[in-house]
Design a protein around this ligand. Sequence first.
Ligand SMILES: C[S@@+](CC[C@H](N)C(=O)[O-])C[C@H]1O[C@@H](n2cnc3c(N)ncnc32)[C@H](O)[C@@H]1O
Length: 259
Amino acid sequence: MIITTAPNPSERINEQARKLAAELSAKVIPRRNLSIQKLIEMSDNHRTIIVTEKEVRFYDNANEPPLYFHPSMAYVRVKRLRRGETDPLIELSGCCEGDHVIDCTAGMAADSLIFSYAVGESGRVDALESEPILSALVREGLANYQTSIPDVDAAMRRINLLCRNHAGYLEGLPDNSADIVYFDPMFRQPILESSAISAFRTIANMDALSAEVVEHAKRVARKTVIIKENQRSGEFERLGFKRTHVNTSKIAYGVIHVG
Ligand SMILES: C[S@@+](CC[C@H](N)C(=O)[O-])C[C@H]1O[C@@H](n2cnc3c(N)ncnc32)[C@H](O)[C@@H]1O
């Protein structure tokens, strides 16, 4: 993989690119006037990361949009929470201020951000992402992305993003050591086939959630274990979750109350 910068980078951006390259075992290439197409061709696995002043972008196809951290839908959902409205994930999980949440499938950390806002300064959100490129993109985004709302930025900064597979992580935790354990694995049957998520799919962990991991989650959680899936999925029954369909959406949540 190649890591480069936007043209005319500052020393801070050069340093960020060098650090990411060391972390991801990638090669740093000076940008000069190289096009994204050319960079992708030069990369041994067609993967290229471009560090800019604003964000860290991942490309594996010059004809498709790059992948980079953006709070997107989470921003809309947090703004609803700020207005005193509810969010189905917060309601169904029973999440309260001060809770400790383990988000076992961080992805772009949208759900982690909702949890982080809901648990507040006295709570804690550990977000686990097994894939190193995704974990690095999201970690940098959570640390640097600026919205126009300071308490939303603070909620992003409080998320503790770890590059870990949830299986080994949960196995190593004591009983009753968190309030909520959450899973949003890549759906067995995807709802959306859009180019906006195709770069994400190339680097995400596509494994199904195992029954053994759910048993560890039930041991670790004090309140609830919760899963998000395609509403038609058989995963709810296979893994022992009670399916709750969210109106107007193609997804459903599955909840196990352990408290
Ligand atoms: C559907 S996405 C999660 C989206 C996320 N809820 C959000 O709001 O952005 C699933 C993510 O979980 C990660 N993942 C899948 N299996 C995992 C595992 N065993 N341990 C840690 N992360 C995993 C995938 O790489 C992917 O990034």
